[in-house]
Design a binder for this molecule. Structure first.
Ligand code: 5HY
Length: 245
């Protein structure tokens, strides 16, 4: 099977990190294609950035559908464009926040999310609510790292994330950690070892969820909510998104 892992920001180095993490866990029969849009923000750190990223995500899905991709992971913790992507896709589409939270809920009673900028905590809270995870989410902590700080190889970002994880375990009674950024995908194994509790990255969790769904013969339901988009013309810069004409 072919799984496309989409980094919604346009930072190729982060896409490479995400793709490498995805390939580490992919099953022998799974091909991982890691992509990012050519248009959009270099990082996604709030509602405005997320909105700008959605068209690029949908364009990546459109291209994936044209070449028979079996399933998709949207590798940004805001899960931008997830529901719209499901309308476009035949196969399953999973967001990394959704995947990580569901994985955590299967192995721990309470998990904490450790993310980047404090301002993105509300977005994470909205997702916790949207996914029905209030009963499991002990806390949402921010490191106040910028997303692209994760690309700094100095280890400073990792130290900051580790510190917040320790506080979540000690003060918030968390039993597992959900990493709140696609750019943290390469840290989960080390942090699990350092902390002695499960640290879950949504990229790798998302790949395994999509593999399982495809292996079960399950694609996105095309009845009602996620039916293919209503055919209609689009204008201006979005003219190429016209459908069914
Ligand atoms: C992400 N932003 O996973 C989110 C993280 C965040 O560019 N990739 C981004 O802080 O929302």
């Amino acid at each position: 099977m072919k799984i496309q892992v989409i980094n919604p920001n346009i930072t190729a180095a982060m896409t490479a990190t995400i793709g490498a993490a995805a390939r580490q866990v992919a099953a022998p029969g799974t091909t991982i294609v890691a992509t990012n849009p050519t248009m959009g923000p270099v990082s996604i750190e709030g509602h405005y950035d997320e909105a700008l990223s959605v068209i690029g995500v949908l364009d990546e899905i459109r291209q994936g559908e044209a070449v028979g991709v079996d399933g998709y992971v949207i590798a940004c913790f805001g899960d931008p464009g997830l529901r719209a992507a499901r309308e476009l896709a035949r196969g399953p589409v999973v967001g990394i926040a959704e995947a990580a939270m569901h994985a955590a809920s299967l192995i721990a009673s309470r998990f904490s999310i450790v993310t980047t900028l404090s301002r993105t905590k509300v977005i994470a809270q909205h997702l916790v609510h949207s996914y029905g995870m209030e009963r499991c989410c002990a806390s949402i902590r921010a490191t106040d790292l910028a997303v692209l700080d994760l690309e700094d190889a100095s280890g400073a970002a990792r130290a900051s994330i580790l510190q917040e994880c320790r506080l979540a375990l000690k003060q918030d009674e968390a039993e597992a950690i959900v990493l709140g950024c696609g750019g943290m995908a390469d840290l989960a194994i080390e942090l699990t070892h350092d902390l002695g509790v499960p640290v879950i990255d949504g990229v790798t969790a998302g790949v395994k969820f999509v593999e399982a769904l495809v292996a079960l013969g399950l694609g996105t339901s095309k009845v009602r909510d996620f039916a293919y988009p209503v055919p209609k013309p689009c204008g201006g810069l979005l003219a190429e998104f016209s459908r069914g004409l």
